[in-house]
Design a protein around this ligand. Sequence first.
Ligand code: GLN
Length: 191
Amino acid sequence: MRIGILALQGAVGEHADSFTRLGASPVPIRRPDQLEDLDAIVLPGGESTTMSMLLESSELFDPLQKRLEDGLPALGTCAGMILLASDVLDGRADQRNFAVIDIAVRRNAWGRQVDSFEADLDIEAIGHDPFPAVFIRAPRVERVGDRVEVLAAIHDEPVLCRSGSVVVASFHPELSGDLRIHKLFLEGVRS
Ligand code: GLN
């Protein structure tokens, strides 16, 4: 399975390693012609404002928007979650988002208390063994649409959501060495 990883900025290598360990083929994506033949795409963590700018200057934004609207499965982590969300709060005025999952996210909202932290999550969809989640200047999910499943939450605040074959996490599953969320995503791509 060819899994594109948007490689303009951010935590690209760690996602690539996770998919390689699961037997998939990660492909770094920097140009529009590389979007052909992908089975799925990952939008990694980093800085969503910078990624939005680089998506435009590389002329990737519009073709990727089209592929996503045509049903390309997508995994978005942290900044990637922001880019896939339908509503972005506290974004920069010129920041663009793909709006393929019906959630509202507020940028850097966990970061007001602490810049980064770890939490063990209980995620039924991957078995109940605690998942060590790393949060770094993470977005906060403030609204979830009717068709969106909340797969994990902290104090009732969603941190892992799914809508069809789009999965978004406000944390960094690629940094924990635990492959269960990448595996769950791949199962959604196959089905
Ligand atoms: N705060 C970043 C943003 O707004 C996201 C942080 C991250 O991806 N670790 O894009």
